[in-house]
Every structure is written in structure tokens, then in C-alpha cells.
Design a protein around this ligand. Structure first.
Ligand code: BV8
Length: 227
């Protein structure tokens, strides 16, 4: 059986990482267009770096850990790895820390920086700024950006995701508000014969596209569904 899983901020909420659009969400303090677009970065790199530096530091604080939902997905992958693809919209590394091996981070990764000249990726746990020197010792300065997909930018791995959706016998969407495309459209890329399950605290605009909606917290419902 081929399985495709899509996760959103809701799977990391119980690990202490704020979601985007729930109460006290991440976007509340920052209008999207001011911190998550290439134009915002070009206009005010310090402000955009500050937004991601704050989230990177928070992610690296000791109390932030994967929860039972991340762990259940990692266990499930280990017994189904050939027919299992985990796609996440999240830029945290909680799936990887839980032991998931094959994670497609379609909106990028907060703990990676990318050179804007060469597209080279670097593991990155410190703050970034327009004065950050290039790690390769060259005299390049300020050429690094967060390796994160902003609005208006092409998500990562769309061909792989599209192929996996077309072949999936089971598609599970966990903790996503289904408001951001193309991620929210993945459910439409599955075959009519594919079993579609949505695990979320509440309904989303995509709920009608699913055969089953499991209403509850990811840390409870995901281990229960996958057991
Ligand atoms: C692109 C990275 C084109 C940065 C993010 C008009 C209509 C439709 C689409 C568009 C439009 N205008 C523009 C667009 C396209 C745009 C888009 O969709 N905009 C939306 C806002 C309307 N999309 C893009 O720009 C994408 N790129 O289209 O490119 C293109 C084509 C070809 C060539 C070049 C370009 C890029 C989108 C990626 C943007 N980057 N993030 C960062 O993280 O800072 S998006 C951001 O929102 C997050 O990454 C996240 O992935 C995404 C979705 O949020 P969710 O993960 O769903 O989180 P949210 O808070 O919304 O919801 C939480 C859910 O969890 C809720 O449902 C809640 O009930 C639930 N929950 C909470 N707690 C729990 C829980 N569930 C279970 N258990 C719990 N405990």
C-alpha cells in the first residue's frame, strides 16, 4: 500500500511551536507580506532575518521536542519505508528529530541557510544578518538567506509530491489549515480510489475532499490511527 502524509503547523503545536493562523499564531505579530515574501526580504532584510532568527532560536530551545505524533510517523515509516512519503509544510526539524528519514520539506528548513549566489545550502543554527560572512571563507558578506519558501516562491519537490499523490492508496493530512497552495491542493492530486483522511482539531476548507475527518489533537489521534 502506498502512503502519502502531509503535515502542517498543527502537528508541532503540542511541541510548543506556535501555528500560523490559530489564536496567538505566528502571523499575528507579523503581516505575511512584511516577513514571508522575497519583496519583504529585499526591502528590509534585517526585519525578515529577525523574524526567522527569533523562530530559529525558539526551535533550538531545550523544551521544544517532537511529540507523540512525530514519533508515531517515524515508527510507521520504519515498517513501511518503501511505500511511505512524509511531506511537511513545516520548517522545523521535529520530524527529523523524531527519527523520520525520508522527509520532504516542501516549504524549506529553518535550520538551513542558502547562498543567494550559488544556491549552496548550509546547516545553520545561529542568527543570520545582512552582515553574516559566507561560511566558505570567501570574502562574500550578506549573501545568505533562510532556506525557506516564501509566498510567491516555488515550493520544493512538487514533481515528487504530485507523483506520490497520483500513486497513493492512502493520503493523510495532519494539522494543516489547507489555506496555502499548492500544499492545500495535494488532496486533489490523489486518485478517487485513494483513501483520504484529515486529522485536525477542526474543519478546514478541504474537509469535504476527505473520506474521513478525525477531529482531535495530533498527539492523540495520529498514534491511534497509525497503530
Ligand atoms: C506559489 C514558509 C507560485 C515560511 C510558508 C490566492 C488564492 C490561492 C493561492 C494564492 C493566492 N494568492 C497567492 C497564492 C499562492 C500562495 C498562497 O497559497 N497564498 C495563500 C495565503 C492564499 N502560495 C504561494 O505563494 C506558494 N508559492 O504559489 O508559487 C509559483 C509557481 C511557479 C513558479 C514560481 C512560483 C508558496 C507558499 C509557501 C509560503 N511559505 N511558510 C515560514 O514558515 O515562515 S506558508 C505557511 O503557511 C507555513 O509554512 C505553513 O506551511 C503554511 C500553512 O499553514 P499550516 O501549516 O496549515 O498552519 P496553520 O497555522 O495555517 O494551521 C494550523 C492547523 O493545525 C489548523 O487547521 C489547526 O486547526 C490545526 N491544529 C492546531 N493545533 C492542532 C491542530 N491539529 C491537530 N492537532 C493539534 N494539536
Amino acid at each position: 500500500m502506498k502512503i502519502l502524509v502531509l503535515t502542517g503547523a498543527g502537528i508541532s503545536a503540542e511541541s510548543g511551536i506556535p501555528t500560523f493562523r490559530d489564536k496567538d499564531g505566528l502571523w499575528e505579530g507579523y503581516p505575511l507580506e512584511e516577513v514571508a515574501t522575497p519583496e519583504a526580504f529585499h526591502r528590509n532584510p534585517e526585519r525578515v532575518h529577525a523574524f526567522y532568527n527569533q523562530r530559529r532560536r525558539a526551535l533550538l530551545s531545550p523544551e521544544i521536542k517532537p511529540n507523540a505524533a512525530h514519533e508515531a510517523l517515524a515508527r510507521f515509516e520504519s515498517t513501511h519505508d518503501d511505500d511511505f512519503l512524509l511531506v511537511t509544510q513545516n520548517i522545523d526539524d521535529l520530524h527529523q528529530r523524531a527519527g523520520s528519514k525520508n522527509v520532504l520539506a516542501m516549504h524549506g528548513e529553518l535550520l538551513k541557510a542558502r547562498c543567494m549566489l550559488t544556491d549552496e545550502l548550509f546547516d545553520w543554527r545561529d542568527d543570520l544578518s545582512p552582515h553574516t560572512p559566507h561560511p566558505d571563507g570567501s570574502d562574500l558578506i550578506g549573501k545568505l538567506r533562510p532556506h525557506v519558501v516564501w509566498f510567491g516562491e516555488m515550493p520544493i519537490g512538487l514533481n515528487t509530491i504530485e507523483r506520490a499523490a497520483a500513486q497513493a492508496d492512502l493520503f493523510i493530512a495532519i494539522g494543516t489549515s489547507a489555506l496555502v497552495y499548492p500544499a492545500a491542493g495535494i488532496v486533489q492530486w490523489t486518485q478517487p480510489s485513494c483513501r483520504k483522511v484529515e486529522i485536525n482539531l477542526g474543519a478546514t476548507p478541504a474537509s469535504d475532499a476527505f473520506d474521513q475527518s478525525i477531529r482531535g489533537a495530533a498527539s492523540t489521534e495520529v498514534p491511534r490511527f497509525l497503530q
